[in-house]
Write a protein that binds this ligand. Structure first.
Ligand code: SF4
Length: 214
């Protein structure tokens, strides 16, 4: 039987309640101390683990402490600093173009609105939502590979497009739960509901997920 929207909302609320109890420390795993570092770390985290990014960023942020330092960096040197995060040429280009725009258009400041963030070269909605949530404490739904996979498995949406998943999840959750729910689903995807083999037999939301019957 098709689940009504109200039932799906209540089920998602129960899922987030359970995940909150199981993973009380869920939050961004990236290390950063200001919005610029948050933006750069998030760009580096594409197709890379947060742990790997955190190994690279201490020396990176020491070498390039400001927007101007990134904007004026020697491209090859910057690429070498971030090489181990993968796709380093594209990432270096994004970081540098982005920082040049920050200098030219925003007085060297990382903006705090979705419209301004996604106008920056190399910044999509996922990166923008991460910066809004993690650097500026604004409610945001971060749709990464884990959120895409789990939203489908948990029967929360039939959408596969990240932007549409974001809209759907926002409509199912109260604003104050957007950010914590994103972190919790991401952690659950990393720890239990992994891409290769979902751990349904040890899953805290069993009974609330269509995979094992609701
Ligand atoms: S029951 Fe299985 S598919 Fe559903 S969330 Fe848990 S691990 Fe993932």
């Amino acid at each position: 039987m098709k689940e009504s929207r109200e039932t799906r909302k209540r089920r998602l609320a129960a899922i987030i309640d359970r995940l909150e109890k199981a993973i009380p420390d869920a939050g961004s795993a990236l290390d950063y101390t200001n919005p610029l570092q948050c933006l750069v770390a998030t760009i580096l985290s594409a197709q890379c683990t947060d742990a790997r990014v955190n190994m690279v960023t201490p020396s990176l942020f020491k070498k390039y402490p400001t927007v101007r330092a990134f904007a004026e960096a020697d491209r090859v040197e910057l690429e070498n600093e971030i090489r181990s995060t993968g796709f380093f040429r594209n990432k270096a280009k994004s970081i540098q173009s982005c920082c040049r725009e920050l200098l030219d258009v925003h007085g060297g400041r990382v903006p705090d609105t979705m419209a301004e963030l996604i106008a920056l070269e190399g910044v999509g909605r996922k990166t923008a939502n991460c910066v809004l949530a993690n650097a500026y404490a604004q409610p945001a739904v971060m749709v990464d590979t884990h959120v895409i996979r789990l939203s489908g498995r948990m029967g929360l949406t039939r959408e596969t497009n990240p932007d549409k998943i974001e809209i759907e999840l926002k409509s199912l959750l109260p604003r104050e739960r957007w950010t914590p729910a994103s972190h919790l689903i991401i952690h659950h995807g990393r720890r239990t509901c992994t891409a290769r083999k979902p751990g349904c037999d040890r899953c805290v939301i069993s009974g609330l997920c269509p995979r094992i019957g609701i």
